[in-house]
Design a binder for this molecule. Structure first.
Ligand SMILES: Cc1cc2nc3c(=O)[nH]c(=O)nc-3n(C[C@H](O)[C@H](O)[C@H](O)COP(=O)(O)O)c2cc1C
Length: 397
């Protein structure tokens, strides 16, 4: 039996293999934030495909933390029945499911939330919208911490197996823990310990409502790739150590952000045409120039977060590590586990193309995934087009 198919305990949840579906924004919720049948079907297929643990796309915990029109919400109780259906569909196929809880912070738009986006600090404009965020007050910080806890409770009511806190990709938690975004001088900023406090408080608020043993995971950037220093691998090592001391049940390592470095987050081709078309008309000439300039600079690399995983793994103790980003060859996935660089293989784009890839690998029918990291799926979601593989050049899976 391949090491990839050995079970692993994450908290009190036994996961049947080492494959994790990394959170993937689907553009499949309805405008109220409720899950749709299409979204449920997506995860039912993935569960049928024997993915060990499924983490659906990020869910907003508060109306002001919403990023997109068709993003799934977990911000009010009306969301619970739909979320319950989603969980049941995955369970019926023998799968396990954890919800990724998120708040966009400054990484959203006025059009989406009806007011200026909030952030730990107001410094710096969003390079895409040119909007300066509004610094959060102490009360607003408390409100968001509580919102994470209340959202976690909704997840429990929906029957979920675990929670993942989205502390990566430039969203609110990432903004608090990054010296690039956080310039506060109060208890929430000024030192690594203070910047980390927000994540620590969110974690403890979420823990309060979870049944004993239910796992909590964190997705963390090992590198923010912001114009000035944000999270670097060495700071990520410190945070990883603190998170393991707080006894989280799994850490997923990623990098980049949709606003500052989406091509680091999703290395591969720059889909210039598709991305330019998603911009407002007046931004297209400049956008085209900038995107063309990026071509060739972010070429695909196999397992591009593995080096960071190697640095982080030794400080984690017993806390399992999931690595995401460019894992494509089965031999490499095996090596990651055998050499103990990480404990689980997390993937996003390959599952968009091949929901049954885990089953194929298990049956010995695949040595690699067929995703070529063309990033058209990523371009699609920025157009509000539901996620799927748009690379017509490849044979259908
Ligand atoms: C279409 C798309 C949607 C994504 N949505 C999310 C999300 O909701 N939450 C998240 O943490 N990461 C999200 N990501 C990032 C992935 O989870 C993953 O970190 C990244 O794609 C690298 O992994 P891969 O090489 O296996 O695709 C998304 C990526 C893509 C392409």
């Amino acid at each position: 039996m391949s090491i990839l198919f050995t079970p692993i305990d994450l908290g009190n949840v036994q996961v049947k293999n080492r494959f994790i579906h990394s959170a993937t924004y689907e553009v499949m919720a309805i405008e109220t934030g409720e899950v749709s049948d299409k979204l449920i079907k997506r995860y039912q297929r993935l569960a049928k495909g024997e993915v060990g643990l499924i983490i659906p796309g990020y869910m907003y915990v508060h109306p002001l933390g919403r990023s997109y029109k068709y993003q799934t919400g977990i911000h009010n109780d009306d969301m619970i029945p739909g979320l319950r259906k989603l969980v049941e569909a995955v369970h019926q196929e023998g799968g396990k499911i954890a919800f990724q809880l998120a708040h966009a912070g400054r990484q959203t738009t006025k059009a989406m939330i009806g007011q200026t986006p909030l952030g730990p600090s107001s410094k710096g404009r969003n390079p895409i919208t040119f909007v300066k965020p509004k610094e959060m007050s102490a009360d607003q910080i408390q409100e968001v911490i509580q919102a994470f806890g209340i959202a976690a409770n909704r997840a429990v009511e929906a029957g979920v197996d675990g929670i993942q806190l989205h502390a990566a990709h430039g969203y609110l938690i990432n903004q608090f823990i990054s010296p690039f975004f956080n310039h506060r001088k109060d208890e929430w900023g000024g030192s690594d310990t203070n910047r980390f406090r927000f994540l620590k408080k969110v974690l403890s608020e979420v823990r309060k409502v979870l049944p004993q043993g239910m796992p909590v995971f964190v997705k963390l950037n090992a590198h923010d790739y912001t114009p000035q220093e944000g999270i670097t691998p060495s700071l990520a090592v410190t945070y990883a150590r603190w998170l393991s001391e707080l006894e989280i049940n799994g850490l997923e390592i990623s990098c980049g952000s949709p606003v500052y470095s989406f091509m680091n987050m999703c290395r591969g081709d720059v889909p210039v045409k598709e991305l330019v078309n998603s911009l407002p008309f007046w931004k297209r000439p400049l956008g085209k120039l900038m995107l063309r300039n990026m071509v060739g600079k972010y070429d695909f690399e196999e397992g591009y977060n593995i080096e960071a995983a190697k640095m982080i793994k030794p400080v984690l103790g017993k806390t399992p590590l999931f690595v995401v980003g460019g894992l494509r060859q089965v031999a490499e996935m095996r090596e990651v586990l055998e050499k103990q660089y990480a404990d689980c293989i997390s993937m996003c784009r390959p599952f968009i193309r091949e929901p049954f890839i885990v089953k194929k690998i298990k049956e010995g029918n695949a040595e690699a995934v067929t995703c070529v990291s063309c990033n058209r799926c990523l371009a699609a979601v920025t157009h509000n087009i539901p996620v799927q593989c748009y690379n017509r050049g490849l044979p259908e899976s």
